[in-house]
Design a protein around this ligand. Structure first.
Ligand SMILES: NC(=O)c1ccc[n+]([C@@H]2O[C@H](COP(=O)([O-])OP(=O)(O)OC[C@H]3O[C@@H](n4cnc5c(N)ncnc54)[C@H](OP(=O)(O)O)[C@@H]3O)[C@@H](O)[C@H]2O)c1
Length: 226
């Protein structure tokens, strides 16, 4: 499967890209500027060369969206709709994993506060904006810190909460995400639950700041998911 990371040159997107490349997926790292994607990917490929012979490629976001089978959106909230506008014509029928978290920083506020958006979550904004494109949006990766992703080859001792309206897309997303060592996917339901997933991220950021960590994560206990 060819996976395209839209806004993949940032710490979250590139961390996901490296982990998935090591897991043997073909990965395109997207950027607004193709030259930037190519440059970033060259260094990223050398970072992971010890763990895989798989090579990521860098492309403009539009080309990544057109060529990939499944997309992962990793841009700040303030860039979300502008970015989706640039790829809209290439996304028909595709699965989009949305890692966007609406942090208050989007309006100059605090990084450990959630910004309330309309509709109720960043993932639903994506679904609403692409409503005519038959896309399947799955909220994913919102609670996984870029430090964990970059800490290769260490396993990631966290749960990755996901939600979405299409069961098959969530199964595909889970199969991909769980190729990253120790990450466990927990499906919390329909896309209308995405605000719950997104709200955990500023909580974790605040705890990381308070306790001087970068690895705050989330593990559910006491529930048998089998
Ligand atoms: N970092 C984390 O630990 C973490 C954890 C969970 C969720 N998230 C969420 O994942 C998303 C990405 O996080 P990040 O830390 O990787 O973000 P980031 O580094 O600030 O941005 C990611 C990429 O988005 C593009 N971008 C930035 N500003 C833009 C703008 N104004 N317009 C269009 N494109 C812009 C840039 O790519 P180009 O310049 O190459 O186009 C940039 O490399 C955010 O929504 C964040 O809340 C992050």
């Amino acid at each position: 499967m060819l996976i395209g990371i839209i806004g993949g040159t940032g710490s979250q997107g590139l961390g996901i890209a490296k982990r998935l490349a090591i897991a043997d997926f073909d990965v395109i790292v997207g950027s607004r500027k193709e030259e930037k994607a190519v440059r970033v990917v060259e260094e990223a490929n050398s970072d992971i060369s010890e763990y895989t012979s798989n090579k990521m490629v860098g492309k403009a976001n539009e080309d990544a969206a057109r060529d990939a089978d499944l997309l992962i959106l990793t841009v700040p909230l303030e860039a979300q709709i502008a970015t989706l506008k640039t790829i809209k014509e290439f996304v028909k029928g595709k699965i989009i994993l949305d890692a966007t978290v609406p942090l208050e920083t989007a309006i100059g506020g605090n990084v450990s506060n959630l910004l309330h958006v309309n509709p109720g979550s960043a993932a639903e904004r994506t679904a609403k904006f692409l409503a005519n494109e038959d896309v399947k949006v799955v909220s994913a990766f919102c609670n996984i810190s870029n430090f964990h992703l970059a800490n290769i080859p260490e396993p990631i001792d966290c749960d990755c909460l996901i939600c979405g309206d299409d069961a098959e897309s969530k199964e595909i997303a889970s199969e991909i995400i769980e190729k990253i060592p120790d990450l466990r996917v927990v499906d919390i339901g329909k896309l209308e639950k995405a605000h719950l997933i997104e709200s955990i991220t500023p909580l974790l950021i605040g705890l990381n700041i308070k306790y001087k960590s970068h690895y705050g994560g989330f593990r559910l206990t006491g529930i048998d998911f089998e």
